[in-house]
Design a protein around this ligand. Structure first.
Ligand SMILES: [Zn+2]
Length: 256
């Protein structure tokens, strides 16, 4: 348990050692106080806490990197952190822009191309509270602030459960749609629900992406395949312990 737990503690001693062995890619979702009734409070980070986390990365000498820099970073320079956001929540724009700018971090937001300006229906249908996603104008504000966008599919379905034609459409059409609307190349993909297999991974490569992010825990060294990038969800030891307890309680409730 300790062996599993310690490296997951945000910038604890074990995680600091880990970030010297490879490039950490941090996975965020929402910047806000967790909403009452949410199924997963750990996908929220309070703005003050986000501020403190970026300050902690800086104080440890980690500078801002991008996914495009990854091959160069992996080859030598290790003191870089990459900040990613999944789903395109509007609260990231509202609370995150100023904090990212203050700590001079660039970030990438993985957008669900068919849901811009709508809500996270894929969470709502599982009983979670609804949150608003950035609309086109807000994505432009995000880009104008120097940040990047990537693709998180068209409809946020688990690509492992789709047939090849549907999965290909999710991967390819989202890229094209975002590129057409925002006039910027979309080079990075993020698997919805972290769901991928070899066939899905190969489709991402064929579509012309340079990297793809999973939800597997870890850092990325020179041997990490570029369509199987590992990420770290930034959680303190207290949050991590609560999360483990929350998951176990939810599993128990589901069984009863
Ligand atoms: Zn997602």
């Amino acid at each position: 348990m300790i062996g599993w737990f310690a490296p997951q503690v945000f910038m604890g001693p074990a995680q600091r050692r880990l970030t010297r062995q490879g490039v950490p890619v941090f996975a965020y979702h929402k910047i806000a106080q967790p909403r009452t009734g949410t199924r997963d409070p750990f996908l929220y980070v309070d703005p003050a806490r986000f501020d403190a986390q970026l300050a902690a990365l800086r104080s440890r000498g980690l500078t801002s990197g991008t996914l495009a820099d990854l091959p160069a970073i992996q080859a030598g320079l290790r003191s870089t952190a990459i900040i990613t956001f999944d789903d395109g929540f509007r609260n990231v724009l509202e609370y995150g822009l100023e904090i990212l700018a203050r700590h001079r971090f660039r970030a990438i937001e993985f957008l669900v191309s068919g849901f811009l300006g709508h809500r996270n229906e894929w969470d709502v249908e599982k009983g979670d509270v609804a949150e608003t996603l950035m609309d086109e104008g807000q994505v432009r504000t995000w880009l104008a602030a120097g940040h990047e966008i990537g693709s998180h599919s068209v409809t946020h379905r688990n690509l492992k459960s789709l047939d090849r034609t549907e999965a290909r459409e999710e991967i390819l059409a989202s890229k094209k749609s975002l590129e057409d609307r925002f006039g910027t190349e979309v080079r990075h993909f993020c698997y919805p629900f972290g769901g991928w297999n070899e066939a899905v991974r190969d489709l991402v490569g064929e579509a012309g992406y340079q990297t793809a992010c999973t939800v597997a825990f870890g850092v990325n060294d020179g041997a990490t395949p570029r369509f199987e990038l590992r990420r770290i969800i930034p959680l303190s030891s207290v949050e991590l312990a609560r999360k483990v307890w929350h998951r176990l309680a939810r599993r128990k409730n589901q069984k009863e």
